[in-house]
Design a protein. Structure first.
Length: 211
């Protein structure tokens, strides 16, 4: 779907904007549906098809922006499998951001499924926010950003021109940011009680650091 920002309410049930389906709800325009289909296909070629099929089931495309502009995107824990995001007219960039947001949805589901309760007293420095964040947000970032790094590295060989330069710069930036999280990430993982989930988060982080 492609709702206007004015159609996204904020209310007592969610501080984050969301969207309500109704009798007048229609699909996004054909060119946006084609863009989305190409993005899902791009993610699948890089091995992320199952992630998006399970955790990015509903896509709400918001503002169209230019390559290099800040893209806002988010998920809501009360709407599992739903992603809200700005986009550029390129399926690879959309795929990257879909993977990031689907990663958040997956981790929320995994924490709930494993009964993992993360202490709200532990805090760690987030290089992405340039602030100290609770362990929950820190672990989310240290999971979602490595996924986009792995996708970007896989996709670089099939891109060129401005897109190649954009993705190369993005990967270089993320390498630098992620490297600074290594000591804290090891400590934050100790807050995850489930061995399988803890190992999965650690593996993605290590693979991205090795790029």
């Amino acid at each position: 779907m492609a709702p206007a920002l004015a159609d996204l309410p904020r209310s007592a049930i969610s501080e984050t904007p969301y969207y309500i389906l109704g009798p007048g709800t229609g699909p996004a325009q054909p060119h946006l549906r084609s863009l989305a289909a190409d993005a899902y296909a791009s993610a699948a070629r890089a091995g992320f098809g199952d992630l998006l099929a399970a955790h990015a089931v509903v896509l709400c495309l918001l503002r169209t922006k230019n390559l290099g502009e800040t893209l806002d995107s988010w998920t809501i824990s009360r709407l599992p499998g739903t992603v809200f995001m700005d986009h550029v007219d390129d399926p690879v960039v959309l795929a990257r951001d879909l993977i990031h947001e689907a990663g958040h949805n997956l981790l929320n589901d995994a924490l709930a499924a494993t009964g993992s309760k993360i202490s709200d007293t532990a805090h760690f420095h987030s290089p992405w926010k340039q602030t100290v964040r609770p362990a929950f947000g820190f672990l989310h970032a240290c999971w979602a950003f490595p996924l986009t790094m792995l996708f970007t590295a896989h996709t670089l060989n099939s891109t060129k021109g401005d897109l190649y330069r954009f993705l190369t710069a993005y990967l270089d930036q993320q390498r630098s940011l992620l490297a600074g999280t290594a000591p804290d990430h090891a400590r934050a993982l100790e807050l995850i009680s489930d061995d399988g989930l803890r190992d999965r988060l650690a593996a993605a982080h290590h693979q991205a650091l090795a790029l």
